[in-house]
Design a protein around this ligand. Structure first.
Ligand SMILES: Cc1cc2nc3c(=O)[nH]c(=O)nc-3n(C[C@H](O)[C@H](O)[C@H](O)COP(=O)(O)O)c2cc1C
Length: 333
């Protein structure tokens, strides 16, 4: 059985990838994920805020030095080569890369195309085989148009593309009025892969305390529907690779994503629930299904049920409420 697949120019032994999460900050987990069959690992994101905070702290330190001991400045390197920022992250990239043979992908999370972009190069230099960009931007300013939001994404992707040579993936938001058009624009800006979708944090309200609740819910398998739809629509129409993220609970979701057209399928919630060893269960479930149906490779399965290849492409576009309701009436008559 040939489970191999290509993702953002990387040759992977199978399509299962551990998505960005704090689980992957632990080198023991990184090794265990490789042992359990993960074909690549995305490290948790380095956040623009972390970089900005550290830069501000360093700037303050430098200005204090400047005011008090002008001669001491000679001990400071030029600001361009001055390594401000979360050294630990770069250290993690280096250590994870040394610990395993599978590709380790760094992740940057931000919303502007300013200072933090330089970290893309530092992550590359630390040994990452690829970089995932999580552009976590909620346009809470209601004066901002959709066009401006899109422009911001494109500028960030272009800036990062110009900074690194390693492949770049963009974890895309599902909230664009034309996902396909945006996907193409991101590809044109230089993305080698799209990760569908970024799961934006949506806070709840605490009715007793009248507070905004900052809780994060793990995903459920129902949530695959939105990425599944767009993977099916984009499959066969993009040069960039396609990754699926959200809602993988069992090998069934992995298979659905592959059939829709994903090159790789990512998992975090399931690994948080069951432990990183659960990757092996997903992998064996995938293999078992393929074997029973006598598929010999992932290539035979990928995109088999994409919009371009199913008998009724309209099934991905029209709601068919009437038919659904008729079916409901028959079963409940
Ligand atoms: C606790 C936790 C931390 C996460 N941290 C990051 C992160 O740092 N960067 C990122 O891009 N995504 C992060 N994610 C999102 C996951 O990578 C993934 O896209 C999302 O959880 C959906 O996949 P799942 O249904 O398999 O959990 C995080 C998710 C969880 C649950």
């Amino acid at each position: 059985m040939d489970l191999s697949t290509r993702y953002m120019g990387l040759q992977l032994t199978n399509p299962l990838v551990a998505s960005a999460s704090p689980l992957n900050t632990d080198i023991g987990n990184v090794r265990r994920l490789e042992d359990a069959g993960a074909a690549a690992i995305v490290l948790p994101s380095l956040f623009e805020e972390q970089i900005a905070e550290e830069a501000a702290r360093q700037e303050h330190l430098t200005s204090v030095v400047e005011e008090s001991f002008a001669e001491a400045l000679s001990y400071f390197p030029e600001s361009a080569e001055y390594r401000v920022g979360p050294e630990q992250y770069l250290d993690l990239v280096a250590r994870a890369g040394e610990a395993v043979d599978i590709p380790v992908i760094g992740s940057l999370n931000g919303t502007t195309s300013e200072g933090w972009i330089s970290y893309a190069r530092l992550i590359e230099e630390a040994g990452a085989k690829g970089l995932e960009l999580n552009i976590y931007f909620i346009p809470a300013d209601i004066a901002m148009s959709g066009r401006e939001v899109e422009k911001r994404y494109i500028e960030i992707v272009k800036a990062v593309r110009a900074t690194v040579k390693i492949p770049v993936a963009v974890k895309l938001s599902p909230y664009f009025s034309s996902i396909g058009h945006m996907a193409k624009a991101v590809e044109k800006a230089g993305a080698n892969a799209l990760v569908l979708f970024n799961r934006f944090y949506q806070p709840d309200l605490d009715l007793a305390m009248l507070k905004v609740l900052p809780d994060l819910k793990l995903s459920s398998p129902d949530e695959i529907r939105l990425p599944l739809l767009w993977l099916a629509v984009l499959s066969g129409r993009m040069k960039a690779s396609l990754a699926a993220t959200t809602g993988v609970a069992t090998a069934d979701e992995v298979l659905k994503y592959l059939l829709a057209g994903a090159d790789v399928v990512m998992s975090t919630s399931a690994l948080l629930r069951h432990g990183v060893g659960y990757m092996a269960t997903l992998l064996s479930g995938l293999e078992a299904w393929l074997e029973v149906r006598e598929f010999r490779s992932i290539d035979e399965v990928r995109g088999l049920m994409s919009q371009q290849r199913v008998e009724n492409p309209q099934a991905f576009e029209r709601a068919n409420y009437i038919r659904i309701l008729q079916g409901y009436e028959t079963t409940h008559a």
